[in-house]
Design a protein around this ligand. Structure first.
Ligand code: CAA
Length: 248
């Protein structure tokens, strides 16, 4: 049997890298989607680093906030590797600010990158999945979409929106072997949380019952579980992985 094809958006980032490696270890043909503001060299270097570690993971350029760019990214993958069986919508950004100071760009950029992109990418792969009778759509949301976060009206709204999207689409595709789920990571030790001022970061860490920030691998193992052929009865779910920071 040919390998299933998995696309991870934001695949060269902190959590994305770990997801790519895990899915490659699981035996899928993994492709790392990247944007990096068009910095192709950075992506090439990432690919070389992966190769040095024994991972053959091609990269595919795409600006997930633009429909046409998503289209050409997906088309290229379809041409080179076949249709996508597993889509991990992982790419995202933060533009933290209290609402009273938040400008229009901070709102629009986060909604487009973290939520509208999920519609674009999912819309572009879902028909192939339905035709094939198999598909896994895994949306990487956030604990802050579940509980809200001071300074993240934009991000919390986008990540909560992902939950609604997941539940709606899951119902539409359930009878055709396609599952749609959300993972809500807590604070994972990546560059994204290093942008949070140290004092605030320390306070957040103290509020995590397991006593540490998460590791990217803590999220990758949940992706691996949901992507598995045998996880076919889990759909429309949201799996929290946050060290106990938020229980509900
Ligand atoms: N709850 C209540 N009040 C708070 C507060 C909180 N959590 N944090 C700050 N405040 C208060 C301050 O004490 C201050 O009060 P006073 O005006 O009375 O002194 C006031 O709010 C500061 O308000 P400002 O609008 O001036 O805020 P700022 O510009 O100094 O900073 C911020 C705002 C940039 C959002 C900063 O609070 C911050 O970085 N917060 C962290 C946000 C965060 O957790 N981001 C997560 C990033 S990682 C990620 O998102 C990944 C993931 O999925 C988990």
């Amino acid at each position: 049997m040919t390998k299933r094809v998995a696309l991870v958006t934001g695949g060269t980032g902190g959590i994305g890298t770990s997801i790519c490696k895990q899915l490659a270890d699981d035996g899928y043909q993994v492709i790392a989607g990247y944007y990096s503001g068009g910095n192709h060299e950075k992506a090439q270097k990432w690919q070389e680093t992966m190769a040095a570690e024994g991972y053959d993971i091609p990269v595919a350029f795409g600006n997930i906030t633009e429909w046409e760019s998503c289209e050409s990214c997906i088309e290229g993958i379809r041409r080179d590797f076949g249709s996508i069986d597993i889509l991990v919508n992982n790419g995202g950004i933060t533009r933290d600010s209290t609402l009273r100071k938040m400008n229009k760009d901070q709102w629009v950029d986060v909604i487009n990158t973290d939520l509208t992109s999920v519609f674009y990418m999912t819309r572009m792969v879902v028909n192939d999945m339905l035709t094939k009778g198999f598909g896994r759509i895994i949306n990487i949301s956030s604990v802050n979409g579940e509980k809200g976060q001071f300074g993240q009206a934009n991000y919390s709204a986008a990540k909560a929106g992902m939950h609604g999207f997941t539940k709606a689409v899951a119902q539409e595709v359930a009878s055709k072997g396609v599952t749609v789920n959300t993972i809500s990571p807590g604070y994972i030790a990546t560059a994204m949380i290093m942008e949070v001022p140290e004092e605030i970061r320390d306070t957040i860490r103290k509020g995590i019952p397991v006593g540490r920030f998460g590791k990217p691998e803590d999220i990758a193992r949940v992706v691996s579980f949901l992507a598995h052929e045998d996880s076919s009865f889990i759909t429309g779910a949201n799996i929290s992985a946050n060290g106990g920071q938020h229980m509900h």
